[in-house]
Design a protein around this ligand. Sequence first.
Ligand code: CP3
Length: 346
Amino acid sequence: MSAKEPDHHFLAACHRRPTPFTPVWLMRQAGRYMKEYRALRERFSFLELCKTPDLATQITLMPVDQLAVDAAIVFADILLPLEGMGIDLGFPETGGPAIHTRIRGEGDIRTLRIIDPEADVPFVLQTIRQVRGELKGRVPLIGFSGAPFTLASYLLEGGHSKNFVRTKTLMIQNPDAWRDLLEKLTSVVVRYLRAQIEAGAQAIQIFDTWAGCLAPADYEAFIFPYSRRVFEELGDQVPLIHFATNATALLPLIKRAGGDVIGVDWRIALGEAWKMVGYDVGIQGNLDPVMLFTSPRRIRETVGTILAAAGNRPGHIFNLGHGVLPGTPVDHVRVMVDAVHEMSQR
Ligand code: CP3
C-alpha cells in the first residue's frame, strides 16, 4: 500500500484481514430508488446511461456521496457484453430485459462472436477509468459480469424466465451445443473481466443470479466447469466475489468453483452459510431487501442479527441478499449503512 492509498476496509475484508468496522455496499446501490437517478432516466434510456461514460460515472458516484458505502460498483449491466456477441438487446420500460435475437440451437450458437472488450464495450471500460479518476482512492471500485450460466439463460430464454425450460432442455438434450455456448460465454466473461481489471476495477463480482434453479448434480456437471474456469483464468490479481441467489443447496459447489468471497441471499442465516462454505473464504450479505421497507428500528435489529451471525470474524462484507428494490426509501438505506458502521465498531 502506498502512502497515498488509504487502507480500504472493503478490500481488506475481501482478504479476510481485520477491519475497524464491517464494510458495506449494496447490490444495485445506484438505481431507480434514487431521485437523482430517476431524473436522469426522464431524459435518457437505460442503455444511453450505460453507454455515456460521463453519465454512468455520475450515477456510479451517487451512492458513494449520499450513503457513505465502502465501495462503488460500476454502473452497467450484465447483459451489455451480449451486444458484442451479435445480440440485439433491449430494456423496455416494463417486464425486464428483452433479447430480440433468437438463440435456440447449434446453428444460432455458431453465429455468436467472442467479444473484443475495447471495441465492443469501450464505454464500460471508459466509465471505470473515469470513476477511478473521480474517486481519487476514496473507496475501491468493483467491476462485474454475469456468470456463463446466467448469461446463457438470458440468451436462450430471451429474457426473464420462471422455469428455464429452453435452457435446461438444451443443457440435457444437446450437450454439444451447450458446451459450445458455455465455452463461448466463458471466454467472453474472462475477456470482459480482464479488461475491467486492466481499466482499474479493484475487485470483481460474478453474478450467477439464476444458478439456484438447478439441481446440484446438474450444476456440477453442466455449469461448474465453466464457472471454475472463469475464476482460474482471472487468478488472484483482484479479489473475486461469487454470488448466486436461491442457491443455499449449491453453496459448497459454488465455493469450490471459486471466489475469495461468497455472496449469499437471506434464505439462509449468514453464520450457517459461512460455516457451510468454510472460513477460508469471506462471506457477503445478506439482509433481505424487503426489510428496507420496514422501520428504522427493525432495520437496525436485523443488521444486529446479521453482524452477530458473522461473529466479528474478519472477512464479512455487509450487503443485501439481492439488489435494492425500486421504491426503497433512501433514508432507510442510510439507516442500514450507518447501523452497520456503528454496530460493528471493534
Ligand atoms: O449494483 C449496481 O448498482 C450496478 C448496476 C447493475 C445493474 N444491473 C443496473 C441496472 C448491476 C450490478 C446489474 C446486474 C444485473 N443485471 C443482474 C445481476 C444481478 C441481479 O440483480 O440479479 C441481472 C440479472 C441483470 C439483468 C437486468 N438488468 C434485469 C433483470 C433488469 C431489469 C430489472 C428491473 O428492475 O426492471 C435490468 C435493468 C437494470 N440494470 C436497471 C439498473 C439500474 C434498471 C434500469 C432502469 O429502468 O432504469
